[in-house]
Design a protein around this ligand. Structure first.
Ligand code: TPP
Ligand code: MG
Length: 357
C-alpha cells in the first residue's frame, strides 16, 4: 500500500546553489519573466524593510515582515488573472502589490487605518486576514459562488504552516473536494508559527498531504525557487479553471524575520538554523542564476536598487501625507446607532485629547 506522504511530489528546478536540478520548462528559457520576478522581489524586500524601519521609528504599527518569502507572492500575484479572487493572509504583501495594491496603502493599513484595505488596487480581492485560517472557508465560499454561476474564475488563498492545524482550514479542504471547487490552497511553510516550530506543529511528514483525505491534488514545492513555484502554481490554477479539482500547495521557505515587529525571535530560534536559511533565500538564488546565464550584472543591479529605493520612498511619502483616521472612525462603523457605553468612550477619548480629530 502506498503511504499518503509518498504520493506527494516535490518540485524544484533551482537549488540553493542556483544550480538547475532538472531541465528548464520552456517559458523559463527566455529571461524576461524571470527578470520580472527578480525586480518584483527586490521591490518587495525594500518596501518590507522600510515598513520595519517605519515601525521602529514610531511611524507605523505592528508589522509582519515577509523577509525571505518574497518568491511565493510575486509568482501567484502575477499568475492570477485580474478576474480571479485572491484571499490572502497577513504576510502577503508581495502578492498584493503584484495584484495592483500600492505599498502606501499597505503601510496605511499597518499604520492602523482600515481604509488602507479599501483602495482600488484590491479589485475583488479580499483584504489582509489576521485571524488564523478564517480566510480558508471564505475562499471555498467564493469558489462555490463561481461554480454556481458557471464562471471560469478561480480563487487562490494562502496561509501559514501553523494555520493548517486549524479546523477552518481542514473543513474548507473537505468542502473543496466534496464540491469540486475551483480553488487553490497555498501554504507558506516558513517553519515557524510565532515560536512553535514546524517539527511540533503537526505529526505528518508533509503539510500538503492534509489535502489527500479531502480528495485534493497535493504538492510540495521549493518556496524559494521562482521557476518551480511558477510551474506548480500555473498547473494548479489551470486545473481549477478547467474543473479538474482543487489543489493544496505546500511551499517550503523560511521566516528570516521576527514573527512581527512585536516579537523577538532571537529568544527561541536557533541562530545556526537562521544562518543556514539565509543560504537558501530566494532573491540571491535568482540573482546568481541570472548572473550565471549572462542576464544580469552589477550595473543592472545598481540601477535596479536605485530605481526601487525611489519607488519605495514615493510610497512612504504617499503614506505619510495621508490624513490620519479620526476618533469617530474608530466608533462609527460598528453599529447603526452607537450604544450608550461606546458613545461615552468616544467622548472620553476626544476630551482626553487622544487620537486625531
Ligand atoms: C484565530 C487566531 N488565533 C490565534 C492568533 C494569534 N496568532 C497570530 S499569528 C499566529 C501564528 C501563525 O503561524 P503560521 O500560520 O505559521 O503563519 P506565519 O505567521 O508563520 O506566516 C498566531 C497563533 C490569531 N491571529 N488568530
Ligand atoms: Mg509559519
Amino acid at each position: 500500500m502506498t503511504k499518503a506522504h509518498e504520493t506527494i511530489p516535490w518540485v524544484q528546478y533551482l537549488d540553493e546553489n542556483a544550480e538547475l536540478t532538472q531541465p528548464l520548462p520552456g517559458w523559463a528559457e527566455q529571461p524576461e519573466i524571470l527578470v520580472d520576478y527578480y525586480e518584483a522581489m527586490v521591490f518587495a524586500r525594500q518596501a518590507d524593510q522600510k515598513a520595519v524601519a517605519l515601525q521602529r521609528t514610531g511611524k507605523m504599527g505592528t508589522y509582519p515582515s515577509c523577509l525571505g518569502q518574497e518568491a511565493q507572492g510575486v509568482v501567484y500575484g502575477k499568475l492570477l488573472e485580474s478576474s480571479d479572487v485572491f484571499v490572502p493572509y497577513y504576510r502577503d504583501h508581495p502578492a498584493m502589490v503584484a495584484r495592483g495594491v500600492r505599498y502606501a496603502d499597505i503601510y496605511r493599513y499597518w499604520g492602523g487605518d482600515e481604509i488602507g484595505s479599501a483602495s482600488e488596487g484590491y479589485g475583488q480581492d479580499f483584504p489582509n486576514c489576521v485571524p488564523i485560517a478564517t480566510q480558508a472557508p471564505h475562499a471555498a465560499g467564493i469558489a462555490s459562488a463561481f461554480k454556481l454561476r458557471g464562471e471560469d474564475r478561480v480563487v487562490l488563498t494562502t496561509c501559514g504552516d501553523g494555520a493548517t492545524s486549524k479546523g477552518d482550514f481542514l473543513e474548507s479542504l473537505n468542502l473543496a473536494g466534496a464540491w469540486q471547487l475551483p480553488v487553490v490552497y497555498f501554504i507558506n511553510n516558513n517553519q515557524w508559527a510565532i515560536s512553535v516550530p514546524r517539527s511540533i506543529q503537526c505529526g505528518a511528514p508533509t503539510l500538503a498531504q492534509k489535502g489527500v483525505g479531502a480528495g485534493l491534488h497535493c504538492v510540495q514545492v521549493d518556496g524559494n525557487d521562482v521557476i518551480a513555484l511558477h510551474e506548480v502554481v500555473s498547473a494548479a490554477l489551470d486545473r481549477a479553471r478547467h474543473k479538474r479539482g482543487a489543489t493544496v500547495i505546500e511551499a517550503i521557505s523560511y521566516r528570516l524575520s521576527d514573527h512581527t515587529t512585536a516579537d523577538d525571535a532571537g529568544r527561541y530560534r536557533p541562530s545556526e538554523e537562521l544562518r543556514e536559511a539565509w543560504e537558501k533565500e530566494p532573491i540571491k538564488r535568482l540573482r546568481d542564476y541570472l548572473h550565471g546565464r549572462g542576464h544580469w550584472g552589477p550595473e543592472k543591479e545598481t540601477a535596479l536598487q536605485e530605481r526601487v529605493a525611489k519607488q519605495v520612498q514615493e510610497e512612504v511619502d504617499a503614506y505619510q501625507s495621508t490624513p490620519l483616521p479620526t476618533i469617530d472612525d474608530l466608533f462609527d462603523y460598528h453599529y447603526a446607532n452607537t450604544p450608550k457605553g461606546l458613545a461615552e468612550q468616544k467622548e472620553e477619548m476626544k476630551l482626553g485629547g487622544l487620537g486625531h480629530d
